[in-house]
Design a protein around this ligand. Structure first.
Ligand SMILES: Nc1ncnc2c1ncn2[C@@H]1O[C@H](COP(=O)(O)OP(=O)(O)OP(=O)(O)O)[C@@H](O)[C@H]1O
Length: 353
C-alpha cells in the first residue's frame, strides 16, 4: 500500500547537495498526498534562486518512483529564505533577512553593473529584493534601473521620517544619488555618509525582503569601514577584472572584510573576455585567461563566475534596462543570473550551517 510514511522513507536519503543533510530532516518536504497512483508533495527550498533546483526535484522524483504503485510524481516547489545569523553589536534591519555587499577594490570595474543585475536576477526568481546604492563617488544604479529622475518620498511617522523606496524591474531601491548633491565635492559628502547609511537602512520602508543588495563605494577607505561596521552583513562579494592591479585591490578588499568579520562569499571576474556583437560565437581573452580562477585559489575564496565584456551590457546600463531583463539569453545575462544563484545558495548555506 502506498502511504505517506512510505514516501517519506524513500525521500529520507535524498540530501540537499549543499547542506549535505536529508531533505526530510531539514523539513523541506511538506504536504505529502496520495491520490491513486499519483504522489504529490511540496519541496520547500532555502532560496527561490536555488542553483540546484532541477537536480533536487529530479532526485526526489527518482526516489519516489522506486515505490511500487507510483504512476506519477507531482512536486510543487516553493522557498523560504532563512534569515542571516545575527551579529554582535549590529542592529538588524526590520524584516530584511539577508544583507549582501557588492564591493570592488577600485572604481570602474563594473561593481554597480553586477549589483544591479544580481538584484534584478534574484527578483526574477521570485525573491523579494532591495538595492541600497551606497556609492557616494558614482551613484549610478538609478540610471542603470531607469530611475535617474526619481526621488524618494518622505513620510512622517511617529518614529520620525520614513523614506519610501522607488521601484522598477521588480526591485525596491534607494540611492545616495537621491540625497546628495552631485556637484558637492566628495570630501564633503564623505562625512555625511554615516548618517545617510543609517537612514537608508533603518528609516526606509523596505518591508519584508529576502535580500538587500548594497552597492558599496569602491576601495577600502573610511566609508567602507563605516559601512561594514554598522551593517549586519550576510556576506560580501568582490568584483574584479582580470588585470593584476585590480586583483591586488581585491586582496585589500578581502582583508578588510575578513578583519571586520564579514563572510566573503566569493569573487566575480568582470570583463573576463570580449564577445563581439557581430560574432557572438567568438570570444577574445583581452586580458589573458584564467585570472579569476588563479585569484580565487590565491585568495582562497570561491570564484562565483566570470562576466564577459559585451557592448549590450553597457547599453542596457545606459538605457536603464538591465541586461538580465532586456537580453536574458546573452552570455553576460546568463553569467550574471548564474552568479546571483550562487550568491543566494551560499547565503542560505551560511545562515543554516
Ligand atoms: N561586462 C561588461 N561589458 C560591457 N560594459 C561593462 C561591463 N561591466 C561594466 N561595464 C560598463 O563599464 C562602466 C563602469 O561600470 P560600473 O559603473 O558598473 O562600474 P563600477 O565599478 O560600479 O564603477 P564606479 O566605481 O564608478 O561606481 C559602465 O558604463 C558599464 O556599463
Amino acid at each position: 500500500m502506498l502511504t505517506t510514511d512510505a514516501v517519506l522513507t524513500v525521500l529520507r536519503p535524498v540530501q540537499d547537495p549543499e547542506l549535505q543533510k536529508s531533505l526530510v530532516e531539514l523539513n523541506m518536504i511538506r504536504d505529502v498526498a496520495i491520490a491513486g497512483g499519483t504522489v504529490s508533495f511540496t519541496l520547500v527550498l532555502t532560496t527561490p534562486a536555488c542553483p540546484l533546483r532541477e537536480f533536487i526535484v529530479e532526485d526526489c522524483e527518482k526516489a519516489v518512483k522506486t515505490l511500487p504503485g507510483v504512476e506519477k510524481v507531482e512536486v510543487t516547489v516553493t522557498a523560504e529564505t532563512p534569515q542571516q545569523k545575527s551579529l554582535p553589536d549590529r542592529q538588524s534591519v526590520g524584516q530584511v533577512k539577508n544583507i549582501i555587499a557588492i564591493s570592488s577594490g577600485k572604481g570602474g570595474v563594473g561593481k554597480s553593473t553586477v549589483a544591479v543585475n544580481v538584484a534584478v536576477a534574484l527578483a526574477q526568481t521570485g525573491a523579494t529584493v532591495g538595492l541600497l546604492d551606497a556609492d557616494i563617488y558614482g551613484p549610478n544604479a538609478p540610471t542603470m534601473l531607469g530611475l535617474s529622475g526619481a526621488a524618494v518620498q518622505v513620510q512622517n511617522s511617529p518614529q520620525g521620517e520614513v523614506l519610501e523606496p522607488v521601484f522598477n524591474h521588480g526591485i525596491k531601491m534607494v540611492s545616495m544619488g537621491f540625497l546628495i548633491d552631485p556637484d558637492q565635492p566628495v570630501i564633503w559628502r564623505g562625512p555625511m555618509l554615516n548618517g545617510i547609511i543609517r537612514q537608508f537602512l533603518y528609516q526606509v520602508n523596505w518591508g519584508a525582503l529576502d535580500y538587500l543588495i548594497v552597492d558599496m563605494p569602491p576601495g577600502t577607505g573610511d566609508a567602507q569601514l563605516t559601512l561594514t561596521q554598522s551593517v549586519p552583513m550576510a556576506g560580501a562579494v568582490i568584483v574584479t577584472t582580470p588585470q593584476t592591479v585590480s586583483l591586488l585591490d581585491a586582496r585589500r578588499g578581502l582583508k578588510m572584510f575578513q578583519q571586520m568579520g564579514v563572510n566573503v562569499l566569493g569573487i566575480v571576474e568582470n570583463m573576463s573576455y570580449f564577445i563581439p556583437p557581430d560574432l557572438p560565437d567568438h570570444q577574445y581573452d583581452l586580458f589573458g585567461s584564467g585570472g579569476g580562477e588563479k585569484a580565487s585559489k590565491e585568495l582562497n575564496v570561491p570564484l562565483l563566475g566570470c562576466v564577459p565584456l559585451e557592448i549590450s551590457l553597457r547599453e542596457g546600463g545606459d538605457k536603464g534596462i538591465p541586461i538580465v531583463v532586456s537580453q536574458p539569453e546573452s552570455a553576460s545575462a546568463k553569467a550574471l543570473t548564474a552568479i546571483a544563484k550562487q550568491i543566494a545558495g551560499k547565503v542560505s548555506m551560511a545562515a543554516l550551517v
